[in-house]
Design a binder for this molecule. Sequence first.
Ligand SMILES: [Fe+2]
Ligand SMILES: [Fe+2]
Length: 276
Amino acid sequence: MKVNRRCQPELVAPDTYVIRQLFGEGLGPAAVYVNSMLIAGPEAVIVDTGPAVARDDWMADVFSIVDPGDVRYVFLSHDDTDHVGNLREVLDLCPRATLVTNMFTVERMAADYLLPLDRVLVVNDGDRFSVADRDLLAVVPPTFDSPTTRGLLDTRTGVYWGVDSFGTPVPTEVTDVAELPPDFYQAGFLQMNRMLSPWHRWLDSSRYGSHLDRVRSLGAAVVANAHGPALRGDQIGTALDMLAQLPDMPAAPLPGQAQLEALIAQFTAPAQTAAA
Ligand SMILES: [Fe+2]
Ligand SMILES: [Fe+2]
């Protein structure tokens, strides 16, 4: 059973696309995007490589926008499977592409395979690299689920790739969080970001506030991210204000066995109906 739906790539700034898959739609009150990003042009940048389960759709979307020979960089935000799922295929297909990541990613991924070290550019938090017409700056996002995580600010367009941070569940395909009921958005945003960063309970509010201020000071015009609609304008400040609540919030409630069994029942019910 296919649980992901291909959504059209979304243009969020000039030459900048979010490549989108929606997972779990119709299986519950909320679905979750698994996104990556693409900066097109003669020196294109692929930002994360999507999930392997959606490989055909993901590759078709990306390479309908850019030619493999024009891909100059592949920026890997971190080594989670929904971000590295098509990495080998991209590197094989794009001979000019340099892989931009950090050494901890290389070490962690060595359990699966050794990345081509002679194609790696090491970029740590606060480091920049350049393509033909823009500088790109790596900045750790507010919340994250891997120690390797680095976001990416395009200083030309003001688009910040927030990686797993800033995400929120959606009932169906939504391109603007303003389409969501405010209560649904706030609850979903806080739930997802707490699940992503279960260490939020042990944060010092003031020190965490400084971390958020650093992201705020980027002055991003758009915050695209892997697990929710892109945020724009005032939505970014609102999201940062919600994230500032995390140190004082309890742990996110997590699904249990009852929820799992309800999900299994949803998967099996149509088959039973068909057999009858
Ligand atoms: Fe992740
Ligand atoms: Fe992710």
